[in-house]
Ligand binder design. Structure first.
Ligand code: ATP
Ligand code: SF4
Ligand code: MG
Length: 320
């Protein structure tokens, strides 16, 4: 199957106080229809920036993003609007993303109005009810306001707002990281059901490798603007080939890699994306670094079936 969404050597530079910030630095990634791809990495590694470029909400500085084989940079307004209907983004914070002055029914109906999809009140109400039902909320939630909902219910409403447009892909940017552990599983199960029952693909952005393991078909691990390893979830999580992926896994069950355990394993902080180190960008923290890692930038090499990692140890065929 050809990818329906693809990044080819995509870069994103932002102006910063101490020089240009290279948030995404030459990423190639493809999504197949209906698959769940988990994008994993520490805070600031470029996950959200990459996701926004894939969703057509942020323009790439270089490289290409292609939807169904066509570069989206060339899309006119009508095609961009259609793309934004088919790819829906769910953000991390269900408290911020819902307008508190609107009822749940109005919030879920709004995208239909914006896209001119439900001409009359009755068909709008029916579509809103269907979207709420799909996320496990009964129809009487339509009259409630966001402040009357729990965090998990708010995130379900955010997903209903995305679903009402019948997308082919949900970009879920840390959709459970603000929620209590007890309600995280419910939202993850909902995403899994939507994929199974409706064939909706999910780009699932997370710090949490354990959550990635529950949901994903494939995993891509990002470090300082690059994908350092990607492949089938089972292969990456049970046979990681890149030292960074191994460290993330060793840091479990502390699931947030910002926490101390990963720092202890890797020694220190990620370098600034305004000053990306020469050579392998992971060398200042890599427990296996060799002298030449400071000046050779590794390219992704095959590490198994549809499994790639960018490490000089693999290029040499060592470190297995
Ligand atoms: N609009 C912007 N202007 C300037 N710098 C930006 C902008 N957006 C992101 N950045 C910078 O780009 C880098 C990558 O940010 P991004 O938000 O993509 O990371 P992330 O992996 O999503 O992090 P987190 O896990 O904390 O959400 C960071 O250094 C960030 O400060
Ligand atoms: S190339 Fe060197 S520094 Fe980079 S991950 Fe491999 S061993 Fe570590
Ligand atoms: Mg982010």
């Amino acid at each position: 199957m050809s990818p329906f969404l693809e990044a080819r050597q995509v870069r994103k530079l932002f102006p910063g106080r101490s020089g240009r910030i290279c948030a995404v630095d030459g990423v190639s990634l493809a999504l197949q229809p209906g698959e769940v791809l988990a994008l994993v990495g520490e805070s600031g590694c470029g996950k959200s920036t990459l996701a926004l470029m894939l969703a057509g909400l942020e323009r790439a500085t270089a490289g290409q993003v292609c939807f169904e084989g066509e570069e989206i940079a060339g899309f006119d307004r009508a095609r961009l609007k259609a793309l934004r209907r088919r790819i829906q983004v769910i953000f991390q914070d269900p408290y911020e993303s819902l307008n508190p002055t609107m009822s749940v029914g109005q919030l879920v109906a709004e995208p239909l109005l914006v896209h001119g999809l439900a001409p009359d009140r009755a068909s709008r109400a029916a579509q809103v009810a269907r979207a709420l039902e799909a996320v496990g909320l009964s129809g009487d939630f339509a009259d409630r306001r966001p402040h009357q909902l729990s965090g998990g219910q708010r995130q379900r409403v955010a997903i209903a707002i995305a679903l009402v447009l019948e997308p082919v892909l949900l970009v879920a940017d840390e959709p459970v990281s603000m929620l209590d552990a007890s309600i995280r599983a419910g939202i993850l199960n909902l995403l899994a059901d939507l994929r199974r029952e409706r064939g909706i693909g999910v780009l699932f952005i997370t710090h949490d490798l354990a959550a990635a393991a529950c949901l994903a078909d494939r995993v891509a691990v990002m470090y300082l603007g690059r994908i350092v390893e990607q492949g089938p979830a089972q292969a990456v999580l049970s046979g990681p080939r890149h030292p960074y992926t191994r460290a993330l896994l060793e840091a479990l069950p502390v699931t947030d890699p910002r926490q101390r355990r990963l720092r202890a394993l890797l020694g220190g902080e990620t370098p600034s994306p305004a000053q990306i180190p020469e050579g392998c960008r992971f060398h200042s923290r890599c427990p296996l670094a060799m002298a030449r890692c400071a000046h050779c930038d590794p390219s992704p090499v095959t590490a198994g079936l549809q499994h790639q990692a960018a490490c000089l140890l693999l290029e040499e065929g060592a470190g297995k």
